[in-house]
Design a binder for this molecule. Structure first.
Ligand SMILES: [Zn+2]
Length: 136
């Protein structure tokens, strides 16, 4: 039985938990016992390519949201998020340099605590597989 992928007609959208693709999904400026949390993470594409990110990549995106993927793909991601991800709205997206798979990770930003602590949690990865007939 073929799964149903929302209302999208231009791309097949799939979602996976962020921890299935990223080797680190929590960032914060909290320092515990003199040890800061890692500021690095890497996404592993289904094709095997690893794409590295740093904490500031996500921070920068909070201030200046933009999309790196094709507009129709971006729209499909938006629709998917609206339907399935509820309040999680912040994202970072990219196109795999090896296989061309557009992907986006949605993340939640948090702030609080007496020391001005803040951080974010990578939530869900959405990936799009455009039909072969409609390559950009
Ligand atoms: Zn890839």
């Amino acid at each position: 039985m073929a799964p149903k992928y929302g209302r999208s007609e231009t791309a097949k959208i799939t979602s996976v938990k962020a921890e299935e693709r990223f080797d680190n999904i929590d960032f914060s400026n909290v320092v515990a016992d003199g040890m800061a949390l890692s500021i690095h993470t890497a996404y592993t594409c289904p094709c095997g390519t690893r794409i590295g990110f740093q904490k500031h990549d996500f921070e920068r995106h909070l201030q200046q949201p933009f999309s790196n993927v094709a507009r129709d793909i971006s729209k499909c991601f938006d629709e998917f998020a609206q339907e399935h991800l509820g309040r999680v709205r912040d994202y970072l997206d990219w196109v795999c340099p090896s296989c061309g798979l557009p992907a986006r990770v949605y993340f939640e930003f948090w702030a609080g605590g007496k020391h001005g602590d803040f951080g974010f949690h990578l939530h869900t990865v959405v990936e799009a597989a455009p039909p072969p007939s409609s390559a950009n």
